[in-house]
Design a protein. Sequence first.
Length: 156
Amino acid sequence: MIDFVKLIHLVAAIFWMGGMGFMLLALRPAAVALLQPPERLMLMGAVWKRFFPIVLVSIVALFTTGTNLYTTAFKAIKAATGQGAVPLGWNLMLVFGLLMMVVFAYIYWVAYPKFKRAMAALDWPTAGKAAAQVHTWMVINFALGWLAIVAVRLVR
């Protein structure tokens, strides 16, 4: 069972991190190079409309499986040693993961709605500013994701 929980955790992280990586490193640069702002903004809006629900599902999966893995390890270590603890890297991953969730909440419930309102009004300058805000916070989240990965793999 624990292997299945780990698999779900890993798949959810891959979807979230992979999606951000694709958008930041491939899609957005190509869109900037080839499309005028209105078309580029429409493309990004269509992509975000599909990607953000995937992120929400990933967050639920990561939080649920992460909590299970963390508490299971804590209890096992406590049963074996008498003291409950998990590796420092796990605690760092937890902190970075929670920060990522907060950043995504800001993207999803603040920046993205600004973008959608501006797009509905065909207000391209405001939509562009909101899209830039989404991009900036996504870069921050991508960096936090890599810090979480590094922490869990390299910090003992």
